[in-house]
Design a protein around this ligand. Sequence first.
Ligand code: ADP
Ligand code: ZN
Ligand code: ZN
Length: 825
Amino acid sequence: MKYVDVILPLPLTATYTYELPPSFQGTPAIGCRVLVPFGQKKVYTAVVVALHDNRPENYEVKQVLEVLDSKPVLLPVQLDFWRWIAQYYICSPGEVFKAALPSGMKLESESVLLLNPDYDGEEGLSDDERKVVSLFAHEQEQSLSKIQKQCAAFAALRVVKGLLAKGVLVMKEEVKQTFKPRTETHIRLCEKFFDENILSALLDELKRAPKQLAVLTKYIEMSGCVAALRLKNSQLLEEVPKRSLMEAAGVTTNICNALIVRGVFESYQYEIGRLSTTGVADVVGLSPLSNGQQQAFNQILSCFRNQSVCLLHGVTSSGKTEVYIHLIRKMIDEGKQVLYLVPEIALTTQLTERLSRVFGGRMVVYHSKFPDAERVEIWNKQMSDSPYDVVLGARSSVFLPFQRLGLVIVDEEHEHSYKQQDPSPRYHARNVALVLAKMCGAKTLLGTATPALETYYNVRTNKYGLVEMKERYGHVEMPCVEVVDIKELHRKRRMVGPFSSRLLDEMRRALENKEQVILFQNRRGYAPQLECHACGWTPRCPKCDVSMTYHMSMNKLTCHYCGFVSDVPARCPACEEKKLVQHGFGTEKVEDVVKHLFPDASIARMDLDTTRTRSAYERIISDFQEGRTNILIGTQMVTKGLDFERVGVVGILNTDSMMNVPDFRSFERAYQMMAQVAGRAGRRRAQGRVILQTKSPDLPVIAQVVSHDYNGLYCQQIEERQLFAFPPFCRLIYVYMKHKRSDVLDRLAKDMGQSLRAVFGHRILGPDVPPVARIQLLYIRKIVIKLEPGISMDKVRQCLLSVRDTLLQRTGYGSAQIYYDVDPM
Ligand code: ADP
Ligand code: ZN
Ligand code: ZN
């Protein structure tokens, strides 16, 4: 075979053909990566999708520069999967390729390379390799194209490839900060006690301090100290985490610390790699299922006998996770793999811990923000003979290779964060996971307390099976939800900041009973808006069409769309008035008020601003879990699947901003958010209480939350969707157009509307100006396409692509962006 067809990681609709130089003929297979030149001087990693002998006729064929793999790095089903996504979401397979592979697997001209900080010495390097390494002495970062320029004498690509494989060079990662290495405290014996005689003298001495003795004895056991002493090699001591030691010996930190003070132990921070989990499977056994759980488990299995998709609709705290764990166990026993999808991995420390306690080293966590080297490692392992049995991951883990996928679990399937917004492919992870599972012959379990309307519709129309869990685990009652009309209270000036006296009373009562409180406010920052007292001027972002939020801790204004930060003006720039009033409550201000009202309580805030790092997030969770925090204030982060034992009261401060969003999904979304946050209350012992403050107590959705009536919400909403032809009764595609000049954009939007109407007629709505009409200096216009069921998506896609191409070629529109968002959220 002399030619290969490849997918390039670029938004190109077609595949490209390259010639294989004789030396490479016979080497690459479909699914292998090759390096190819593209455009003027660029080099990209491409994926081989076909091999043949047909010389293309209409263009000059370039040659493959390098074959990167001797074995495919992709399974055939993955290529089909990429094509399906490209087709459905109206993008190119190249864009899917780009999103799918970790960047370490996509060497290209612009890739930035660094010397691996862990690499020492140049042993075993060839002259050429040493020459490339020497370039980094002058400049720490080198792009591939730069290396090629400086090392023209030899095949720089091949050398760089070799150095990457040897771990001498690494690719620079774009995202590093959010996931710092995780560390835990470990304990070791101080050097001077690493001697049989001295140690046994110490053991004698400690007989008077039995607890310390217990710790030391446990340490000796856990570290394998006896063997290490016999061989006189302290290197052989095993790592002993402080926490496990304390648990095993049944003592508190104080006892452990006493031995540190005594100079027997020393503690140090140990970095726990995400890959090196506890090693052995079945670290702990499974918890036995309750009757209700066992029944659900059986029903799911029997449902899977005739259906490939099943919805597990279980109320909050019904114990869905334990059911998943048992299903995973069963799959593994049958030699199958499981993909466990969660909406946001950073928010799942509790879950990760729970699962890795059961599955140990057979499970891995995968996330697009992990260091790239780890992602490559996981990818390669999935292609190897001993892949992980369980992958717990956020949406990008649907792109990992699975050789024997048996089950996909989509936890919190209703979550909107499963939809990728930017960049393309704008896919919905739940929906593509369903397709992936089907392609692999696997089953899919969707789980949630508040199903997406579309999902429930599929249940009602028998496309999916349904299993319900209507009771909470341990027969705890569902929380009691109480509505407080704050419109009246505001009018009568009876609110204390954002609080009704009802909520304050309940908070006080909970704190007296040593219960915890969660307060939910869906806005971060201090005050969502500043306004001039005299003329009504409000500060707006110079790059976006939104007002800026005041953050008190920084004493700055920030834009939540683009991150722009500016100073707070001393006086109104419009009228020179000095008094700027603050409107509304962000989480920061709520925290401020709570601190004043409850000076003795310990308070934490969880929002984007306080959880910039993983460890910060984990600290907030563990402090609350272990009762060190009494009151937790947060944005929707506190609604997501958290499981705390002692929450007596949940306060939802203001529901109105959620319900007033101009979107056909706003009630569904508001219900989901309220029901989920309410579900954090009273999960283990007594019934919890939820105080729901609203200005519109008469809306049906409020009553539905109060009576935990998902069915009521569904029936009402589905009727409206049908009446006004919204999903699931039609398919929506949004067309977004962006340009830095609003006049050009308006013309473009009008032309686009006309061209689309010529094809789609009344199915086209708009163009419109969206609520936020400008972001990061680009103006935005939107057109809505409503397609009735049964319409050929193939044709739609062809039309949309050609309309866009034609328009962008017209003079004046060159720098415009047009993209399609299929099934927008
Ligand atoms: P859900 O995901 O349905 O909201 P969880 O799976 O978090 O509920 O379960 C709620 C609580 O009940 C958790 O704290 C969990 O540890 C506990 N739990 C559930 N099932 C069991 C079981 N079979 N044995 C022991 N504890 C359980
Ligand atoms: Zn003013
Ligand atoms: Zn902005």
